[in-house]
Design a protein around this ligand. Structure first.
Ligand SMILES: Cc1cc2nc3c(=O)[nH]c(=O)nc-3n(C[C@H](O)[C@H](O)[C@H](O)COP(=O)(O)OP(=O)(O)OC[C@H]3O[C@@H](n4cnc5c(N)ncnc54)[C@H](O)[C@@H]3O)c2cc1C
Length: 377
């Protein structure tokens, strides 16, 4: 690997898993120059997936990440507000700016709010959000969760476990577009069996701190409103940088936006088998960051992104691990176990030959699940 032309000062903007992984990967590849990571949250990086699982109910499950070994200078509690590509400087909201030879953009995304920026509903994206939500759930309010993706379902599950009556407002069958019909049905059945009320109707908005207005004109009321209706990439600080394409930060197959600028994680749209798009998932952020870091150091010698998707969720007593490309259409072509409602391992083959292997409440090792996904049952 040739590092002679590599940048000597690398700046990483965003202190999440993508930013941290980029720092680790740069050091692992032999980069020994100046490394600085900037993050607007005033704390060490943590595991975001943990926030909507055990942590929300009983404070169980750790959200801490292993201590970093990359020895980057940390600038925390400070946001990047602008980027000048010509002079290679990032300006910060404390009035200072930082120069770079190589830049990693890893500013992730934030929760979309159903009722706009000042809407009263709670959302769950940060550790602070999780601590507020946990405290509110402890008083056992009635809860309405808007959004039936994996995050909305995990929040609904946690709220039920905390002893709250919970209504889920779902635009369609829960997690259908994420998991496919078979798994959607299995998880919905488990949720309903545990007491979840599901209202299938699009939400039109929030009309006050207690009411969700639905498209059919009706209203769902609860003491506590939580929305989980998608995320918005944090790209505002790049608005005048010239890096955005049609409102998106589009990276090439090595994470590059420009030869000395790469992007990784929830903020970036990357080439996938279904087009250039964001894949706002934990393992995707890690894989993208590894590729992008190498591309910054070695350019075209770096391997291209070859996503090996992995996803998991825990909710309503079910623990799902999925290797390969979700959603899964139709019935599985392989099933070990009685049904997706109990301990089982399943595999689906897509028309294009790609597959997805899914374990529900089963301790199959992840590497084995990955092999099943790619090699067939
Ligand atoms: C509650 C929850 C549960 C999840 N569960 C799962 C799961 O079970 N499985 C799964 O695969 N994925 C899950 N995800 C998604 C996963 O957590 C994300 O895909 C992943 O965290 C993305 O990492 P990232 O580093 O790209 O972005 P982030 O984690 O968002 O990190 C970006 C960081 O940059 C900071 N930042 C933003 N703008 C600026 C700026 N201008 N200047 C400086 N810093 C800035 C942000 O505050 C943040 O700290 C979950 C997400 C949430 C919110």
């Amino acid at each position: 690997m040739k590092l002679t032309d590599a940048p000597r000062r690398i700046l990483v903007i965003g202190n999440g898993i993508a930013g941290q992984t980029a720092c680790d990967s740069l050091r692992a590849a032999g980069f020994d120059g100046d490394l600085t990571i900037v993050g607007d949250e005033p704390r060490a990086a943590y595991s975001r997936p943990a926030l909507s699982k055990a942590l929300l109910v009983d404070g169980g499950g750790s959200h801490e990440l292993a201590l970093p070994t990359h020895d980057a200078a940390e600038v925390l509690g400070v946001a990047a507000v602008g980027l000048d590509v010509e002079s290679r400087r990032v300006s910060l909201d404390d009035g200072s700016d930082l120069p770079y030879d190589g830049l990693v953009i890893a500013t992730g995304s934030r929760a979309r709010r159903l009722g706009g920026d000042h809407s009263p509903e709670l959302t769950l994206r940060t550790l602070d959000d999780a601590l507020v939500l946990r405290e509110r759930l402890a008083a056992r309010p009635s809860v309405a969760v808007v959004g039936a993706g994996p995050l909305g379902m995990e929040i609904a599950s946690a709220a039920l476990s905390a002893g709250c009556p919970v209504t889920l407002v779902a635009a369609g069958r829960p997690m259908l577009s994420h998991l496919g019909p078979c798994l959607s049905d299995a998880f919905t059945a488990a949720a309903v069996a545990r007491g979840l009320t599901v209202v299938v109707c699009s939400a039109a908005g929030i009309d006050d701190a207690r009411g969700v207005v639905l498209r059919d004109g009706s209203r769902v009321e609860a003491d506590l409103l939580v929305s989980a209706v998608g995320d918005i990439p944090n790209t505002e600080w790049l608005a005048t940088s010239g890096l955005m394409t049609g409102g998106r930060l589009e990276a090439d197959s090595r994470g590059r936006i420009r030869p000395v600028i790469v992007a990784a994680g929830d903020v970036a749209a990357v080439p996938t088998r279904t087009g250039v798009r964001r894949i706002p998932l934990w393992s995707s952020a890690i894989e993208q960051a590894k590729v992008a870091a190498l591309a910054l150091l070695t350019g075209d010698e770096a391997p291209e992104l070859d996503l090996d998707p992995y996803f998991w969720t825990e909710q309503f007593g079910l623990n799902l691990k999925a290797a390969g490309h979700l959603p899964a259409a139709g019935e599985p072509d392989f099933l070990l176990g009685d049904s997706p409602h109990g301990p089982s391992v399943m595999r689906w083959t897509h028309d294009d030959g790609h597959g997805v292997a899914v374990a529900v409440n089963h301790r199959i090792p992840i590497p084995k699940l990955r092999r099943m996904a790619s090699a067939g049952a």
